[in-house]
Ligand binder design. Structure first.
Ligand SMILES: NC(=O)c1ccc[n+]([C@@H]2O[C@H](COP(=O)([O-])OP(=O)(O)OC[C@H]3O[C@@H](n4cnc5c(N)ncnc54)[C@H](OP(=O)(O)O)[C@@H]3O)[C@@H](O)[C@H]2O)c1
Length: 254
């Protein structure tokens, strides 16, 4: 059983791994034995995150590129893989949020959200499978959301992007299963990070969330690592196109 979750010798890339859930994912994969590569646009934050991982004894590196820009991804890829090896586990985690009533939603913000949350997993996965296909091995984990299933006022583009990402996960899985590549998703409920800080600071939202979630609380980011470990490891070699919701029961309740 322990061997089924073994990540020793594997190289994992976590996009948007410089803070928040991505940094927790990188730490988890690193402590499970993988060499981890994290990414983000802010180089200072990225270097600081790499340093904290290395201080925990993790084999970590950071590469700054914009996942929404195919040219930026293509330019970073050869240098990155020459230094750390081919990416065998890809966690498409980089994501953004912007809240506004839909009838007032700025078009540029709509585009930015769709590009980051939905288009970039395609852009980065397209690079990663170039080496996964000939090796006949690979794991891709797309970080979805409650909004892959449920709508909520003021975040329509986010919901559209995360609903799309659930279907992209299935479509990638169907297309690449023949190459022994498994593509699945993790759908976090509500976890405290920079993205959700405005919600946590709002006592009304905080009370609503605790009442609405059967577990009665926010999630601790470390609680996402069980699903991640399953989907990153040989334990999931016949699991394709699934999204595991880690949400304290929120999506099961009305
Ligand atoms: N927190 C939650 O409760 C929750 C719930 C459900 C789903 N999620 C999902 O989980 C993922 C992580 O969320 P989080 O809460 O950890 O967010 P966060 O704290 O805001 O971190 C986002 C990360 O993405 C990076 N990023 C954003 N745009 C990028 C770009 N164009 N290119 C490269 N990196 C980029 C950021 O670095 P730079 O800004 O330096 O680029 C940062 O490292 C997102 O996909 C989010 O939708 C979160």
């Amino acid at each position: 059983m322990r061997d089924a979750f073994q990540l020793d010798g594997k190289t994992a890339l976590v996009t948007g791994g410089s803070r928040g859930l991505g940094l927790v994912f990188a730490r988890g994969l690193g402590l499970a034995g993988a060499r981890v590569v994290i990414n983000g646009r802010n180089e200072e934050q990225l270097s600081a995150a790499v340093k904290t991982l290395q201080e925990s004894g993790i084999d970590a590196a950071g590469y700054s590129f914009d996942v929404t820009d195919p040219e930026s991804v293509a330019a970073a890829w050869p240098r990155m893989t020459a230094e750390v090896g081919d990416i065998e586990i890809l966690v498409n985690n980089a994501g953004i949020q912007h809240r506004a009533p839909l009838e007032e939603f700025p078009f540029d913000d709509w585009q930015r959200i769709l590009r980051t949350n939905l288009t970039s997993p395609f852009v980065v996965a397209k690079q990663a499978v170039r080496s996964m296909i000939p090796r006949r091995r690979g794991k891709i984990i797309n970080i979805c959301s409650m909004q892959s299933e449920l709508g909520r006022r003021t975040i329509a583009p986010y919901a559209a992007s995360k609903g799309g990402l659930k279907m992209l996960t299935r479509a990638m899985a169907v297309e690449w299963a023949q190459h022994n590549i498994q593509v699945n998703g993790v759908g976090p409920g509500y976890f405290l990070t920079e993205m959700t800080q405005p919600l946590a600071d709002n006592p009304e939202f905080d009370a609503w969330l605790k009442g609405r979630t059967p577990a009665g609380r926010w999630g601790d980011p470390e609680e996402l690592l069980g699903a991640l470990a399953l989907l990153a490891s040989p334990a999931s070699d016949f699991i394709n196109g699934q999204v595991i919701y880690v949400d304290g029961g929120l999506s099961a309740a009305i």
